[in-house]
Design a protein around this ligand. Sequence first.
Ligand code: ATP
Length: 406
Amino acid sequence: MLIGIDDTDSPQGMCTTYLGAVLARRLIRRGMRVCEARLIRLNPNVTYKTRGNAAIALRADGDCTTAFDIACHTVEELADFACENTNPGVVVVKDPPDPAIYWKAVRDFCEIDEAVEILDSAGAQYRGYKNSRGLIGATAAVASELSDATYEILTYRHPEQWGTLRDVNRESLFAAEEATFPHTWDTVDEENDLVVCVPHTPDPVLFGIRGESPAWVMMARSMVESENPGLEQIWVTNQGTDAHLIAGRAGVLREGLSYRVPGVVMDAPETGTGGHVSFTISDAGSCVRCMAYEPTKNFRQIVRALVPGDAVIACGSFKKGSINLEKVRVLSLARSAMSRPPLCTACNKRMTSDGTGKGHKCKKCGAHVKDPEVTEIPRTLKTRWYEVPPTARRHLAKPLCRGVSD
Ligand code: ATP
């Protein structure tokens, strides 16, 4: 059977993955076999989300009704019902429903009724609390298909420590990254000298290590020195797989969906207030603005090095008329040149323009030259992919160290 849960936490605390890890142990104590724990990230642009729009599913052997009762009791005991925006959903189903609902929830927006209809036709046992919105994520989690998958080991704090400062040794995290990258990633951000894997919110997570296999995340985890965690769970997940990205074309993008969009750079990138960098790409007569926000740090230097005529593929969510860049592929580089009035060969003085289309004139000797001096500017960019640093990476975005999707 598959047990799906979503929407149990609030900005004040709890975490659906913690609740899932507790539930897995309760099922095991009741003699059930838990074969897999899935951490499923859904559309990152859903406004109801608390943090990273996560849902969980456990694959287990045992009696469905017993599992459903234990799951509901666990949610009733641990979910943060006091928060208006916490609307838990619990689902138990013998066979996974059609994965279409999973793909829709990762890439688009779903309605509660849609999830309920799928659950009814799958013969699922389910319970939605309050407005039942959590049934969307819970249904998507049990319907998920992981054609590509990564792993994360999450360590959780003892409940009496929740809300207090986390004690995780910074140097040990950098050492773990150094020893296991590129088989693990996003533990730290070397370039920006930042720890990435320790949250700052009051939830139960102590730290999480992401990587390509259970063995690699456990190896990195074993190097981390910290306060003693109360619980640890390895999750198989769609994180780091680009599951949210779909092929898109400028002019026909929908708000809140995430795309790979081809286009040619139209204008020189501009840095606006707050350090956000923007430029426009065009494809078949339609344009779309691309944004590299300040938190993307040095990625903005890459974006600033683009010039009109460069052909790119821009990847990211389409929000308020712009693609918020997660990564960009430079397909071809345009010639970049600077032109200015030439030097007078007789006087060695810079000439001045004689008016539009009228060439250049030496103020000293009156010599006239038609063409400007053109200097080729060497391009620093290469034709390859560039990505935001780990500190700015979205959960679903596939890091380049995992390989590139062409
Ligand atoms: P955390 O990551 O800390 O577990 P969260 O960010 O996952 O928190 P939730 O509390 O789960 O946030 O809230 C997300 C809500 O949005 C859930 O009720 C979920 O069912 C719903 N939801 C998820 N994906 C979609 C979607 N594509 N369309 C509509 N609703 C969705």
